[in-house]
Design a protein around this ligand. Structure first.
Ligand SMILES: *Cc1c(COP(=O)(O)O)cnc(C)c1O
Length: 368
């Protein structure tokens, strides 16, 4: 059962008949972030901005995080303007010379390859604090996406690492602070702790104090009530940590997914060749998440339960059969009803192709 927060319900009840809306529950986000902060005591918590860079969200998170992790010059400039003074880490494959130059001295740089390191050294700035991004050859079972544990464009294997260590030797422009590893997304606490053990084993051979274990804390779209076990992850990392080490994590999705709602109204209900469809204002060009991840986006409807729900496919207004939020899900919808899609706070609006078909953009509301 999904609970619609009171402030979100107020907006849903007044929703436009033409235009969908995003609602970010900043009060709910702050409460969640405070709980994560507490569970992760003793571990530095950075938020991966690419999950949702909305300025109000960054401001709401600022009291609870040690920093922000960015993956582009655009995110770097945005974070520095929105949350001045908050520490920043800059990761991601393929940084341009301009990005390296903007980040040098203002962010921890996660170096992805020997080519990137040479480019950074050639800038002649410094000393720049860097972490080397590891791609460890460890099995990553049960992950939603894998960024490591084999041949991927992310980070370095032992050969790349060795080359970087040679480049760094006696080089005044860079200061090696430690290593970073973001090996997979969508993992539970036991799996992440298993990876952490492998990363720490390798990191300690380098003898540097900072170890950034990446993000990847799981979110379940099929079971919205199931939550990542932050308490177990925090306790596990405190156990693993050795004297003098700084452990850092940089989750995105599991921080902001739950605070976002995408509200739409039902425009049409029809049966086509035996299948029931509800067509809503907006579409997956505003909320691409269910298409990219291949799930049914969880939702609540207003007014509440009508009698006799039947399997219904909830589709948007795009002229493509891919524009589907949920397939054959039990619902009893009528034109004018509101469908409030939950878990739309991460990798939702900001990954969506909203200019396709030139529909109006949604409204944005913030519940404080
Ligand atoms: C995307 C990403 C994250 C955040 O991953 P989530 O699955 O959203 O927690 C953290 N670090 C890096 C390097 C990333 O690319």
């Amino acid at each position: 059962m999904i609970e619609l927060p009171a402030g979100v319900r107020d907006i849903a009840e007044r929703l436009s008949h033409d235009r969908p809306a995003y609602v970010y529950d900043l009060a709910g986000l702050a409460a969640h972030a405070a709980a994560v902060r507490e569970a992760m005591a003793g571990v530095e918590l950075y938020y991966a901005v690419k999950a949702n860079p909305d300025a109000e969200i960054l401001r709401a998170l600022t009291p609870f995080v040690d920093g922000f992790e960015v993956s582009s010059g655009g995110e770097l400039a945005h974070v520095r303007a929105t949350a001045p003074g908050v520490p920043v880490a800059f990761g991601g494959p393929g940084k341009t010379v301009a990005e390296l130059s903007e980040a040098a001295g203002v962010a921890r740089l996660h170096v992805e390859s020997p080519v990137e390191l040479r480019r950074l050294i050639a800038l002649g700035d410094g000393p720049v604090d860097i972490l080397l991004r590891l791609n460890l050859d460890v099995p990553v079972a049960g992950a939603a996406l894998t960024m490591g544990g084999g041949a991927t464009p992310f980070g370095m294997d032992d050969d790349g690492l060795r080359e970087c260590l040679q480049l760094i030797e006696g080089e005044p422009c860079v200061r090696l602070c430690g290593v970073q590893a973001h090996l997979a997304s969508g993992l539970g606490a036991p799996e992440l702790l298993g990876l952490a053990r492998a990363v720490l084993g390798r990191a300690r051979e380098l003898g540097r104090p900072e170890i950034n274990l990446g993000g990847g804390t799981a979110v379940s779209y099929t079971d919205p009530a199931a939550r990542f076990d932050w308490a177990a992850y925090g306790a596990g990392l405190r156990d693993l940590r050795q004297e003098g080490e700084t452990l850092r994590i940089e989750p995105g999705r599991a921080v902001t997914a739950y605070c976002g709602w995408y509200l739409t109204r039902v425009l049409d209900v029809k049966r086509v060749h035996g299948r029931r469809f509800a067509i809503v204002t907006g579409g997956t060009h505003h909320l691409r998440t269910p298409v990219t991840k291949g799930h049914d986006q969880p939702f609540v409807t207003l007014p509440g339960d009508r009698p006799d729900p039947e399997p219904t496919t909830i589709a948007g207004r795009l002229c493509t059969p891919k524009d589907v939020f949920a397939r054959d899900v039990p619902a009893a919808l009528a034109p004018g009803d509101v469908v409030a899609f939950a878990m739309a706070g991460a990798y939702a609006w900001n990954i969506s192709h909203y200019d396709f078909l030139m529909h109006e953009r949604p409204e944005f509301h913030y519940v404080t």
